[in-house]
Design a protein around this ligand. Structure first.
Ligand code: AKG
Length: 263
């Protein structure tokens, strides 16, 4: 079954991102919302899923969870079979496989993300497509994504020491807000520049990000998380302060705190 028409393909090629409204129906959205709540209630572990926390105006909150797919049967089925992987494979013109997954919670007062491309943080394979599932409304007030249309064809753009697009160059770029509603998906490649503001609303802005690579390039998911865990252990000990990041690039602008500080 195909999910995309020729206009979708044209928009994807031209802009480097694509919104498919109401990809999930109301019942599916309800399920996804309750799965996300379950995952966020899991106690942190040293070797399975990871949670990250930030300090907000309402106190400590989750900023991100990742590496949860092997431990949640229903979400696992939803993202590794059926229409999500089908639509990503359609855009890739070949079968896709999950590379990594995360939930960015962005609770009220939660931090934004500086202008960046994902490719510098996604190692081992040179191209990825991410399928964003809007769990809540993402508006300009609650911190939806902004993209710079058409700038996905230029390779790395003005990478600075943080792994982001240098602020001077980012300032000169054209940005469009891409709000989404619960059940919408937003697809984007790993070279498209994007950013998002903090959540200035009183509502959560939870989003799931599912990142895939071409299956023909191998299954890197376990290696990605083993490598990330090892890198963050090193950051905690090398005095570089990089353990205050939530990714290998320093794009997150919230105030990161540890699990101990979140209690
Ligand atoms: O969730 C957001 O607001 C943006 C997240 C993002 O760009 C990222 O995690 O790389």
């Amino acid at each position: 079954m195909t999910h995309l028409n020729s206009q979708h393909h044209k928009d994807w090629k031209h802009n480097g991102f694509l919104v498919l409204p109401t990809f999930f129906n109301a019942e599916e959205v309800n399920n996804i919302q309750s799965w996300i709540s379950e995952i966020s209630s899991w106690e942190p572990t040293a070797d399975k899923w990871m949670h990250h926390y930030e300090s907000t105006k309402n106190g400590a909150r989750h900023s991100r969870s990742e590496n949860f797919i092997p431990y949640h049967h229903d979400l696992n089925t939803t993202v590794t079979s059926g229409k999500v992987i089908d639509v990503v494979s359609e855009l890739m013109s070949e079968p896709a496989i999950l590379y990594k997954e995360k939930i960015n919670y962005k609770y009220p007062g939660g931090g934004g993300y500086a202008a960046h491309q994902d490719a510098p943080a996604y190692e081992f394979v040179d191209y990825h497509i991410t399928c964003l599932i809007s769990v809540d409304s993402a508006t300009t007030e609650s911190g939806c994504l902004y993209f710079s249309p058409g700038r996905h064809q230029e390779g790395f753009i003005a990478l600075d020491e943080k792994g982001c697009i240098s602020p001077e160059v980012a300032e000169s770029m054209n940005w469009v807000a891409v709000p989404t509603e619960p059940g919408d998906i937003l697809l984007f490649g790993s070279y498209i520049p994007h950013k998002s503001p903090p959540n200035l609303s009183n509502e959560p802005r939870r989003i799931i990000y599912l990142t895939y690579n071409a299956k023909s390039q191998g299954d890197w998911r376990e290696k990605y998380y083993a490598d990330k865990r090892q890198a963050f252990t090193q950051y905690a000990n090398d005095g570089s302060n990089r353990d205050s990041q939530i990714s290998k690039i320093a794009h997150f602008q919230g105030k990161v705190i540890s699990h101990a500080e979140s209690d």
